[in-house]
Design a protein around this ligand. Sequence first.
Ligand SMILES: [Zn+2]
Length: 240
Amino acid sequence: MWVKWGAALLGATGAAAAAGACWWRWAGAGARAQRAAVNVLVTFDDSGFRCEQEIGAGGGGAGGACHHRYCCVHNLQRIVDFLDDARTCIDICVYIFSCDALAQAVKRAHDRGVVVRIITDFDMAYNNGSRICHFYEQGIKVKSKNSNNLMHHKFCIIDSPSRIGEIYSKNSNVTFMNYFLHKINQQHRGILVNGSLNWTNQAINGNWEHVLITSHLPIIKLFQSEFNEIWKTFKEFQPY
Ligand SMILES: [Zn+2]
């Protein structure tokens, strides 16, 4: 189904709207709605509360009725959902990455053609339980830097418009349809996931942690710029 789009976006007072101008967009099967604005604070505490234990596995699973503030299952799922919703690119910059559910979401993104880049701490990359070697084997680009200091960031940028533009500009084989899709995907709101949380099971199941998830573009631009700076200076990960 084709529906009028532009007039609503411009608002009733817009000159174009007054003139009846509009675009049309496909809203039927396969349509990809623009992501709604997001400003969410996800918090974890030391209880490691899991609604599964309270009301049975699956009973409070994704889409279930659990609204417990500190439920690990649902709070983790909120981050996974944004990774699963990535269309074009994911840039991850985390000190430690060992959480299986997040690693699986990253692999799913990579498998569906999302361009994934990971920056991590050099020493932690080789730590027990680290998923970095798996990512390397899967063909995901990982960078780190051998240093006495820690790469201690914990942030992730999903579908940043500037990064989408960069990916498109480097692809000399784009067809008109690809260009069209990229332009549409660039309209998709970017997402920043940022906070104290390392991407480990320990952090999710038993620490006081916070994660701010936002689609606020000026903030996303600042974090993307920082990611790009680090990416330029760090070296490609090599397994032992
Ligand atoms: Zn729950």
